[in-house]
Design a binder for this molecule. Structure first.
Ligand code: GUN
Length: 283
């Protein structure tokens, strides 16, 4: 059996077209949806991410502001910028790119973002809302993974989902979203002995560790859905995920490629959250 590919580019294209339609409708009402992206320092990967986010906004007919600061910006100065963006009616979403320089407390900065503009879904209020099933912004990567399951017609209800990784950005919210969708959820992490014992039982596996070959062929139940959130480089410098793609695709039912799987979905869901925020502000 060779797994079917879950095409994140195709799904993104469809969802971004829907966002563009909604953005045009709002703009016609006099409310142009706006996203502010704040970057501090010269982290190379972050530079690429923020550029892609701003471009995606523009392609969808949304207003975007990129605020770039050098690494010497103080925490107080950054907090003042966040405050100004909170009070700027042309901005419906605020994203402070992580990681921040060491001298800035990232938690403090994220908590300073108004929850109604927290389109990253990283604020404690957003995390709490997700935990108790209230309205709030969902973190973009796990939200994108849920959309991918929907896209291929896999309902998590009654399924065993195994999430590998427990980060605040992916693992924990992913587990919550799957639980909300009535899956039985197991969260595995670096201190889990015998990871394969759990993954072999899984109907859905989400790998979000940031390490190559965390999931290999022998660890996967035939027919399982495998979602690879990892973004790593192999020895040849080529982009690869956490999953041994060539091996696992021989047993899985569905698998996301890297690149072209989860990656484009993260930015897509950022656009979805931003348009949602603008629609709420305009209502
Ligand atoms: N750094 C890596 N991924 C992300 C993300 O999704 N949002 C923010 N703000 N920073 C990141």
């Amino acid at each position: 059996m060779t797994a079917q590919l879950i095409d994140g580019n195709a799904l993104s294209k469809q969802l971004r077209a829907e966002v563009a339609t909604r953005a045009a409708a709002l703009t016609a009402q006099g409310v142009k949806p706006g996203l502010a992206v704040v970057l501090v320092g010269d982290n190379q990967a972050s530079q690429v991410y923020v550029r892609n986010k701003v471009k995606a906004c523009e392609d969808a007919g949304m207003h975007s502001v990129l605020e770039k600061y050098d690494g010497a910006l103080t925490e107080a100065e950054l907090l003042a910028r966040v405050d100004a963006l909170n009070n700027d009616p042309s901005i419906h979403g605020i994203l402070v790119q992580l990681p921040l320089p060491q001298h800035i407390d990232a938690h403090k900065v994220i908590e300073a973002i108004a929850p109604e503009k927290d389109v990253d879904g990283f604020h404690v209020a957003s995390a709490g809302a997700l935990m108790v099933g209230q309205d709030g912004f969902k973190p973009c990567t796990p939200y994108g993974c849920m959309k991918m399951l929907e896209f291929i017609g896999v309902d998590p209800k009654g399924k065993h989902a195994v999430v590998i990784g427990r980060s605040n950005i992916v693992g924990k919210p992913m587990a919550m979203l799957l639980l909300q969708a009535h899956a039985t959820v197991t969260v595995c992490h670096s201190a889990t002995p015998d990871l394969a014992h759990f993954t072999r039982q899984a109907d859905i596996v989400v790998a979000a560790v940031g390490k190559r070959n965390v999931l290999t062929r022998d660890m996967v139940k035939p027919g399982a859905v495998v979602i690879d959130v990892g973004m790593n480089r192999n020895d040849d410098g080529k982009l690869c995920g956490d999953v041994d793609f060539d091996g696992v695709r021989e047993v899985a039912g569905w698998i996301t490629p890297v690149p072209g799987g989860v990656g484009p979905m993260t930015i897509t869901m950022l656009l979805v959250n931003t348009i949602e925020s603008a629609e709420r502000a305009a209502a």
